[in-house]
Design a protein around this ligand. Structure first.
Ligand code: 3H9
Length: 692
């Protein structure tokens, strides 16, 4: 199949890119386009040209798989230059996504007609690179500097209406975008309008303060990242210098960034998410349709989960035994949607439709026509088992039951049921309607149909759904528990919460361990600790700093005090009372505190997680290192530009990690620090988690 075809009808030539899955500008596409445009320009019968795409989308960008490999001719900017240089008008017909090199290509066309659902953007900075084919100098000529920087440095795509308003698009297609672009080209010819080259438009003059303000803005929103700042550099050059010079400069910066560690990590993150959300052996065709869902338990989690379904257009039966809790849940849902309308996120019609799609009830019986029911009651084995049995009694035999648990054993939960094959885990993260991550849990007896359904459902709910096995805390919380343990040990040995949190934030986490605890509620952490006292080691049980803080009535942000104190705007400050409490606690327990270096804090946090990740892989609880990276990138704020914990482990190297684990074992004992067999094997054989 040819990647690019060219057909003349009348005096309009349609050049069509057909290169699944997303019409990326691979070498075959670039070469095909160049040849087609040269032919069209030289052909007397062709008076105008339309560039369109087959399949679900316009060009979604350069082919990311080609990055980091020797470049292949022709370069995309040469192809775009040839298109823009055409003396015959060229119109882009855009449907789906015009992203990165795709938008650059469209900006090189003389006019753009867009489908109402189209999305246009320069997301290169999310891959650690910048637009390499003149995207920034062209976009700022059409849309102005602020919009161009928001789209390129901020990586934010825009919709069709915004593109039209910003001058990026020239017309909105009511129906078939290709037909609309051909009609647009015909009108141009009829009106005697010729080419309009973006590169010939003037760049808006701009004060240096505008760029300084942009730099500061992107430094704050994209902490530690190189690409957004490089986008600002190119914008500065685009205003100060000629078009040709700024394109050449952008190309040079692209080349420099594409091999950077940040770009490698971000590319890894991109492909890891695509691998992780498609578990082997669970084809989407095996998934059962979910036309109506149930949620049992209308607490914080249940309420958020119900909104996930409503947001995806799936009607929900929300069951709760306590009338007041149910009323408060319905009120929360109503308030969220009222707020969404006020902020212009949804229309009033959508708000009404979502309200109509919610059936709150105190009975289980209305669950009878649900295709899938999520149990989201209190995290207690006994209570959950009773609730699951009641759900099963009221369901069709083919309907599925998903239990939302963060720690409990799915197999034990399903054990008493008649149809354990219909049971899976769906571990949502709080707030469930906001957080992207979903850990779907495969029980020993979960059927492939049940598993495929939860994966397909995850995608429909807009989640990043990763399939994991049964294990205490599954993948994410199990690894977090290891990091948490080290953080508390370091407090008693000599660190303070603000030091630990600073180190984690400097690494790139949005918040540190103790800021996170304060946000989630220290009572939650305390209850979790109490429920597992019998499973804690002697040292963990004795490490009672959290108990003392909770006993002082400091439950975190919600009470204005936890590890930190908070003012009415929830602004955080270090509290000397906490430093004293930690020092006194150590004195009382006969621990001599010492200065702990930032390096030690970072190593103990990261290596504890990585080692647990390696155990999880060895046990098959996660199938691939990409699954773990995806979980940490989407649920725990691991800095995306570091690729995830297992990718980061490869950058450090297994030999070094094992050596440091042995060092910490010599201080704290092997109970806490024993290198995982997988890490040991990698250290021995020079292996890594990801193929290099
Ligand atoms: C760029 O353009 C730089 C230029 O400035 C340089 C000029 C010199 N390349 O996401 P999906 C694959 S940088 C290669 O599941 P969806 C993807 O791996 C690029 N492959 O579908 C998957 O493969 P598989 C800027 C790509 O419908 C399949 O396509 N562009 C690329 O949920 C389906 O993908 C971007 O950053 C690619 N560019 O979402 C856009 N894109 O089936 C990146 C996708 O084997 N892409 N694949 O797993 C996207 O955001 C989404 O894929 C898109 C579709 C929204 C388009």
């Amino acid at each position: 199949m040819q990647a690019v075809t060219s057909t003349l009808s009348g005096n309009i030539r349609a050049i069509v890119i057909d290169h699944p899955p997303v019409n990326a500008t691979s070498q075959a596409v670039r070469a095909g386009l160049l040849q087609a445009i040269e032919q069209a320009v030289g052909d007397d019968e062709t008076q105008a040209i339309v560039i369109a795409c087959a399949g679900a989308t316009f060009v979604a960008g350069a082919d990311i798989k080609e990055f980091g490999k020797p470049p292949l001719d022709p370069h995309l900017s040469e192809v775009i230059h040839a298109i823009e240089s055409s003396a015959k008008p060229v119109v882009a017909a855009i449907h789906g996504s015009a992203l990165g090199g795709g938008l650059e290509l469209a900006l090189g066309c003389h006019y753009r007609v867009v489908d109402a659902q189209a999305r246009l953007g320069l997301p290169e900075s999310t891959l650690g690179i910048i637009p390499g084919a003149g995207g920034i100098p062209r976009l700022l000529r059409l849309a102005g500097i602020d919009k161009a920087l928001d789209m390129a440095a901020g990586g934010k795509p825009i919709g069709a209406a915004e593109a039209l308003e910003a001058g990026v698009a020239d017309a909105l297609a009511q129906d078939d975008v290709r037909a609309a672009a051909i009609a647009f080209a015909q009108r141009l010819l009829a009106q005697g309008q010729g080419v309009r080259r973006t590169r010939e438009l003037p760049a808006q003059a701009c004060e240096p303060q505008v760029f300084e303000a942009a730099r500061a803005r992107f430094q704050a929103s994209h902490r530690g990242q190189l690409a957004p700042q490089a986008c600002v550099d190119v914008a500065v050059r685009s205003v100060a210098s000629s078009f040709e010079d700024s394109v050449a400069y952008g190309r040079e910066r692209f080349r420099e960034l594409v091999t950077s560690p940040q770009a490698q990590a971000l590319r890894h993150a991109f492909f890891a998410e695509r691998v992780a959300t498609k578990p082997a052996g669970l084809p989407a065709e095996d998934a059962a349709p979910v036309r109506k869902a149930g949620v049992v338990g209308a607490g914080t989690m249940g309420t958020g989960i119900a909104m996930c379904f409503l947001n995806a257009g799936i009607p929900v039966v929300l069951v709760e035994q306590n009338e007041k809790v149910l009323a408060s849940s319905v009120e929360t849902i109503g308030k969220t949607y009222r707020n969404d309308v006020a902020k212009g996120r949804i229309t009033e019609a959508t708000q009404r439709a979502r309200g109509d799609a919610l059936t709150p009830t105190l009975q289980y019986e209305p669950l009878r026509d649900c295709d899938l029911v999520v149990e989201a009651v209190f995290e207690d084995m006994g209570i959950k088992r009773q609730v699951l049995a009641s759900i099963e009694e009221n369901l069709r035999p083919d309907a599925l039951i998903a239990t939302n648990t963060s720690f409990l054993d799915i197999d034990a939960l399903a054990a008493g049921l008649r149809r354990p094959e219909n049971v899976v885990g769906m571990h949502f993260f709080s707030p469930a309607h906001i957080m992207k991550l979903l850990e779907n849990v495969r029980g020993a007896r979960s059927s492939p149909r049940a598993l495929a359904t939860t994966q397909a459902l995850g995608k429909r709910l807009g989640k990043v759904a990763v399939m994991v096995g049964v294990s205490d805390g599954f993948v994410g919380n199990r690894m977090l528990a290891r990091r948490t343990r080290e953080c508390y040990f370091m407090l008693e040995e000599g660190a303070l919460p603000e030091q630990v949190d600073r180190v984690l934030c400097e690494f790139g986490f949005p918040m540190g361990q103790f800021q996170l605890n304060d946000l989630a509620g220290l009572d939650v952490a305390w209850r979790n600790r109490q429920s597992r006292l019998d499973r804690l080691s002697e040292r963990e049980a004795a490490c009672n700093i959290l108990d003392e803080i909770v006993a002082a009535g400091r439950l975190g942000q919600k009470t204005g005090a936890g590890f930190y104190t908070y003012d009415a705007q929830r602004k955080r400050s270090v509290d000397p009372a906490i430093s004293e409490l930690i020092v006194r606690n150590a004195e009382r327990r006969g621990i001599t505190r010492r200065a702990i270096s930032d390096d030690e804090i970072l190593e103990r946090c990261l290596y504890a997680m990585i080692n647990e990740g390696a155990l999880i892989l060895g046990e098959g609880v996660a199938s691939r290192p990409e699954d773990i990276d995806t979980i940490w990138l989407n649920g725990y704020g691991f800095p995306r530009w570091r690729g995830g914990p297992m990718f980061h482990a490869d950058q450090i190297g297994a030999a070094r990690i094992c050596e440091r684990i042995r060092h910490y074992a010599s201080q704290a004992g092997e109970l806490y620090w024993t290198p995982a067999p997988l890490l040991l094997a990698q250290a021995r054989d020079g292996g890594a988690f990801h193929a290099r």
